[in-house]
Design a binder for this molecule. Structure first.
Ligand code: LLP
Length: 421
């Protein structure tokens, strides 16, 4: 399979005979592993990765997979095996990367609130770079590095002040965002970093937002970054890498996400022949359309003019619809009866626990449904709200299915709690 750019690219088979992923029927996955269950396709993941590698070949970038989008060890391990690096935002993510066999020398550490302990662990592990997001963090990083007896490699995450034209919760490049350092402050901060004995200036970083559909803001951000790199060079500060972040969008519904070749063209036109190495931090574009959430209808119910399908997946399993009003395409795994218009609601005690509205589906009690485009920020944002164990996760590889996360055992949910005696 090539890159799964559109939701249904992930599916094999048909609604008449029953959908599958690669050569495995979703009904057999449900029978073996239960529902709700996240299902990923190895071929789709590899296809999406390869699409980046091929389109950007003239620049041979280091692709640092955004761990937050899907931190499952099997997925990190697969990408590490392809030579991938990682973008992390916590000590927990660093530990996962190491547990998955990732190379710390290919890790960039982003995030606005790095603790002392996280900084120290990352320094000892030997990460490639810290993407520094505030003047205060710079001083802390310098102090911890001096304590550890190393020089910390740094980039600043600068805020190019462009509008990524995405959902306000995931646009990050504006002047008043909590992320990054102001464009106007950057030169002074680089000069300061250059003088601090615990630091070594390595690169320049930006990430303007996630689910970017229009490339113009991305090109503008890159132009601003290059301007800044020139200004730094004229002050004797020479960068080893430029990190353009992640953010390239996918189709959930009817968006027209950028073609990889158009994205690559912007980068190649501006960066070919330069000395700095290119780093990217893609998450969603790699794994978003390589995964789905499989669920089962428990009941159907009429409420006034609305028909509900009450399913066994909920907002705790897939939070995006409740949090961002996100739209995930839903397919009946196998059509059954006549199609009606349903709202698909979970069992969680919140009115917001509706995973999809107004979907024409031929389903009834016991039907399986698949929420597409759920590979990124699906499992990784799941919680135990309502004391619901988090779903199982499986990775399909041709005709094989690997369980890559067992369904959380119920007792684990309170294993760390105690009753005072
Ligand atoms: N680098 C940095 C510094 C980031 O903050 C992010 C995402 C990425 C890379 C990866 O972005 P991607 O390529 O996946 O778009 N939970 C939201 C998305 C939050 C994104 C946060 N940062 C959602 O479900 O849409």
């Amino acid at each position: 399979m090539s890159a799964a750019l559109y939701p249904a690219d992930l599916l094999s088979g048909s609604a008449e005979t029953g959908y599958g992923v690669e050569q495995v029927a979703l009904s057999s996955i449900a029978a073996e592993f239960g529902t709700p269950c996240y299902v990923y396709s190895k071929a789709a993941l590899l296809g999406a990765w390869q699409e980046f590698v091929s389109a950007l070949a003239p620049l041979s970038p280091l692709l640092c997979f955004a761990v937050k989008s899907n931190p499952n060890l099997a997925i990190l391990n697969l990408l590490a095996g392809l030579g991938g690096g990682f973008d992390i935002v916590s000590g927990g993510e660093l530990a996962r990367v190491l547990a998955a066999g990732g190379d710390p020398g290919k890790v960039v550490f982003s995030g606005v609130g790095k603790s002392r302990a996280e900084i120290e662990t990352a320094l000892r592990a030997g990460v490639l770079c810290f993407n520094v997001e505030s003047p205060a963090e710079l001083l802390r990083l310098n102090a911890v590095a001096l304590d550890v007896g190393v020089r910390a490699p740094v980039s600043f995450r600068v805020n190019p002040d462009v509008d990524a034209k995405t959902h306000p919760y995931i646009a990050t490049g504006l002047k008043e965002s909590k992320f990054g350092v102001a464009w106007q402050q950057a030169i002074a901060l680089y000069e300061q970093a250059d003088r601090l004995p615990g630091l070594a200036v390595h690169g320049l970083d930006c990430h303007i937002g996630s689910q970017i559909i229009e490339l113009d803001p991305f090109a503008q951000a890159l132009d601003r970054l290059l301007e800044l790199a020139e200004q730094l060079a004229s002050r004797g500060i020479h960068l080893q890498h430029l990190d353009l972040g992640g953010g390239i969008g996918i189709r959930y519904r009817d968006e027209n996400p950028p073609a990889m070749t158009d994205y690559a063209r912007i980068l190649i036109d501006r960066l070919q022949g330069r000395k700095e190495r290119l780093l990217l931090e893609p998450g969603r574009r790699i794994v978003g359309n390589a995964g789905l959430l499989l669920a089962q209808v428990e009941y159907t119910k009429t409420a006034g003019a609305r028909e509900f399908a009450l399913i066994d997946a909920a907002m705790n399993d897939l939070m995006r619809p409740a949090l961002y009003q996100a739209w995930h395409e839903v397919r009946a795994v196998r059509d059954s009866g006549v199609a009606r218009t349903y709202d698909l609601a979970g069992p969680v005690c919140e009115s917001g626990d509706i995973l999809a509205r107004d979907r024409q589906l031929a389903i009834g009690e016991g039907s399986l449904v698949a929420f597409l485009s759920a590979g990124a920020y699906g499992s990784s944002m799941s919680s135990n709200y309502n004391t619901r164990p988090r779903p199982a996760e499986v990775l399909v590889d041709g005709a094989q299915v690997h369980l890559i996360r067992r369904r959380e055992p119920l007792e684990d949910l309170w294993a760390d709690e105690s009753i005072p005696s």
